[in-house]
Ligand binder design. Structure first.
Ligand SMILES: NC(=O)c1ccc[n+]([C@@H]2O[C@H](COP(=O)([O-])OP(=O)(O)OC[C@H]3O[C@@H](n4cnc5c(N)ncnc54)[C@H](O)[C@@H]3O)[C@@H](O)[C@H]2O)c1
Ligand SMILES: [Zn+2]
Ligand SMILES: [Zn+2]
Length: 384
């Protein structure tokens, strides 16, 4: 089958690989119909995630038709069109039972922090992902969810990560009615977080990025204010000034390890890899939120140390909340929101790229070319 193949930092290609096989009675094999490229894939693509092995296939946002199931699979059957949450989760451990599917204790034997994630290096379990014609889906009674009749597969594929992550970013922020919410990052996740902030009762939503077409997209899609940090002397001062010098009620980091905007953080975090990514967005969030405020972090960082202003966190009495999203926990509510037209995920999809051209897809998304917001890869076997 054809699959995306990682060859080293900023080198990916489409290659022929063996078909995945059922390895466990609870496995399913799906024929992939849609697979997105995510900002999280860029951390792998840029070589910033430990133990990203040459030869692996990325892709944690995918939908597909069930082609084969193991003998213990009862919740999905051959022929079902399913959306597959990005978390690989057992459904039965201490953490899954609390709805913390992103922190499953069973699905990732390599680490005790993060659970398994499809196509996300051996640090996240070593599972091949869905940027391929076929994928193996473990714990098939837990994750894969039948796409409701009538739902557009383009909407469904964004329910595997983008919509739940934007929503969880706003949820973790504990937004109170009337709050001023600042979202750092106008990628798909930041845009969705801004949209969802209104659902929690925000009174004002501000998005910060440096890419003008993305800021414009955020303004239109999320009906929010959006500003370019390169046009400000200091984003923290800008936010303080625009909030009567109180600071924002909550700040959301939807940027993560590849943050720009601070030379020292960029050199130590992105070039020399002396810390687990550039902590620029965390700095801005901590320093521009009000005393007693909440910083919600969904931007992804590596497992080791970061230069984070923890003294300011302490002295301002902040609450920091952060996690990988627990997609399955949020799906029932978010499927309803999509069906009722409250969230329109597919509007984020700007590019559809044949899987054969996966290298172009990564470059386009990574370098923010051609007004790209979100890229979907379509495999030759998609047929839908
Ligand atoms: N927690 C989770 O479960 C989860 C799930 C999905 C994605 N993520 C993470 O969310 C983050 C965003 O994902 P995405 O798909 O939107 O990625 P993306 O790369 O498309 O978007 C990131 C945006 O941040 C902007 N940016 C860079 N430096 C900035 C700064 N200092 N301040 C403000 N904006 C800045 C970039 O210009 C870009 O538009 C990534 O770190 C990704 O790994 C987390
Ligand atoms: Zn993702
Ligand atoms: Zn579990």
């Amino acid at each position: 089958m054809l699959a995306m193949d990682y060859r080293g930092p900023r080198r990916v290609r489409a290659a022929q690989k063996p078909m995945p096989e059922i390895k466990h009675p609870q496995d399913a094999i799906v024929r992939v119909t849609r697979a997105c490229i995510c900002g999280s894939d860029l951390h792998l693509y840029n070589g910033n995630v430990p133990d990203t092995r040459v030869g692996t296939t990325f892709g944690h946002e995918f939908t597909g038709i069930v082609e084969e199931v193991g003998p213990d699979v009862t919740k999905v059957k051959v022929g079902d069109h399913v959306l597959v949450p990005f978390n690989v989760a057992c459904g039965e451990c201490h953490f899954c039972k609390q709805g913390m599917f992103g922190n499953c204790h069973e699905s990732n034997t390599q680490a005790s922090a993060v659970g398994g994630i499809f196509g996300y290096s051996h640090t996240a379990g070593g599972y091949n992902g869905g940027q391929a014609e076929y994928a193996r889906v473990p714990y098939a009674n837990v994750g894969p969810t039948v796409i409701p009749a009538g739902m557009d597969p383009d909407d469904a594929v964004l329910l595997t990560d983008v919509v739940p992550t934007g929503y969880q970013a706003a949820e973790m922020a504990g937004i109170q009615p009337g709050d001023t919410v600042v979202v750092f990052g106008a990628g798909p996740i930041g845009i969705m977080a801004a949209r969802c902030a209104w659902l929690f009762g925000a009174g004002r939503v501000i998005v910060i990025d440096q890419v003008d077409y993305r800021l414009e997209f955020a303004r239109n899609y999320a009906k929010c204010e959006a500003y370019n940090f390169n046009e400000m002397a200091d984003p923290v001062v800008f936010i303080k000034k625009t909030t009567d010098f109180m600071g924002a009620d909550v700040c959301i980091d939807a940027v993560g390890a590849e943050a720009s905007g601070n030379a020292m953080q960029t050199i130590t975090g992105r070039k020399l890899l002396l810390q687990a990514g550039s902590a620029t967005a965390i700095h801005w969030a901590v320093n521009s939120v009000k005393k007693g405020g909440v910083v919600s972090i969904v931007g992804v960082y590596g497992p080791t140390d970061n230069l984070v202003p923890i003294g300011n966190v302490l002295n301002k009495g902040l609450t920091i909340r952060a996690n990988q999203t627990s997609v399955k926990r949020l799906l029932p509510r978010l499927i309803e929101h999509v069906q009722n037209g409250i969230i329109n995920p597919k509007a984020l999809i700007t590019h559809r790229i044949p899987l054969e051209e996966v290298a172009d897809g990564y470059r386009l998304f990574s370098d923010k070319l051609d007004n790209c917001i979100k890229t979907v890869l379509i495999s030759p076997s998609a047929k839908i």
